[in-house]
Design a binder for this molecule. Sequence first.
Ligand code: AHM
Ligand code: MG
Length: 348
Amino acid sequence: MTTDMSELADVLARRAKVAGGRAVETIPVILALADAAARLAAFVAQPSADGSHGAYVGAANSDGDAQRKLDLVAEEICQAAARASGVGPYLSEETEAALTLDPAGALAMAIDPLDGSSNIAVNGVIGTIFALLPAPPGSLATPALAFAQPGHAVIASGFFMYGPQTRLVVSLGAGVDIFALDPDTGRFVLFESAATVPAGGREFAINASNARHWAAPVRRYIDACLEGADGPRGVDFNMRWAGSMVADVYRLLGRGGVFLYPSDARSNYAQGRLRLVYEAFPMAFLIEQAGGRAIDGHDRILDLTPSRPHQRIPLILGEAEEVEVLRRLHADDLGAPSEGPASRRGAA
Ligand code: AHM
Ligand code: MG
C-alpha cells in the first residue's frame, strides 16, 4: 500500500510549533513509524493460511515472554523505520539490550512493537507503543543511557492500534490527536483533536482474575466500585478489560475511567507486568496530555527514573480524580498495618 502522510505531517507540524523545544525533530520519525504501522496493519489483516501470525517461534524476549511470529515481524518493520529515520539509541521489548541504530542520531526511541500479543490468536486488538526522547551525551556509545532518563524527558509519544480500524494516538506535548488510517488511500486522516480523558466515566479496567493477589489499596478501590450504588461510592461502575493496553487506554480517551495493572503477590509481579520505559512512559505522557494522571500507586510515572531498561512498574492511569482516589488509598496503606499480600512494604 502507498501511504499518504500529508495530513498527518501538517497536523504534527502545527502541534510542534505550539509545543516548541525539540518536538519538531520527532516528526520525521513519527511519519516513518506511521508508514511502518500501515504496512504492519496490512500484514495483520492478511489471512495466513496456517494461522501462523500467533504461532510461537521458539524464542523468548527480554522479559521471558515467548515470542510469536507477529512479534518478530513487528520488531523488524519498526526497527527498520527507526533506523531509516535517523533514530540513535533504540530500546524495544523484543531486543535484549538497547542498540544504537544511527550513530549520529539525535533522538532515542523506546518501543513495544506489538502490544497485546495474547490477542493475536483471537483476532483481538493489538498495537504498537512508542516514546521519543533526546539522545543524551554518551548515549550513542552506550545506548542504555538514553533509557535511564526520567519520564519527563519524553518529547513525544503515541500508539497505533490495529483493530477494526488502524488508529494512531499521538502527542508532541501540545495535546493529543487521533488519526484513522483509510485503507483505500493509505492516508492517516485526523479523526479527533485535543482528545481528553473526561471525568465521571465510572469505568475500571483491571485483570480481575488476579484479585486474590492484590494489595489492600487496590482491593479496597475495586471492592467499592463493585458495590456500586449500594456502597461508599454511591454510584454504579462498569468494567472492561481488553487485555491489550492499547485498547484499554484508548477507551480512557473520550470515555474516562481508570486502567490498572498493579503489583500483586504472584511471583514476578511485585512490580506489576508492564514495562516502565516503552509502555508506562508513553502512555503516561499521552494520558497527562489528555488531562488525566498516571502513577505507580504513589508517584507520578513521568517523575520516575528507570533503574534498568526493561524495568517493570505498577501502573494506574486515567481520570485525574479517580487516580487521586487510588493514590490516597495507597498513601493510607503506608500508614496502616499491612493487610494485603503485596503491600509496598511487604512486596517488591
Ligand atoms: P505484551 O506487551 O507482552 O503484549 O504485554 C502487555 C499486555 C498489555 O497489553 C495488557 O494490559 C497486559 O499485558 C495483559 O496482561 P495479562 O495477560 O496479565 O492480563
Ligand atoms: Mg506491551
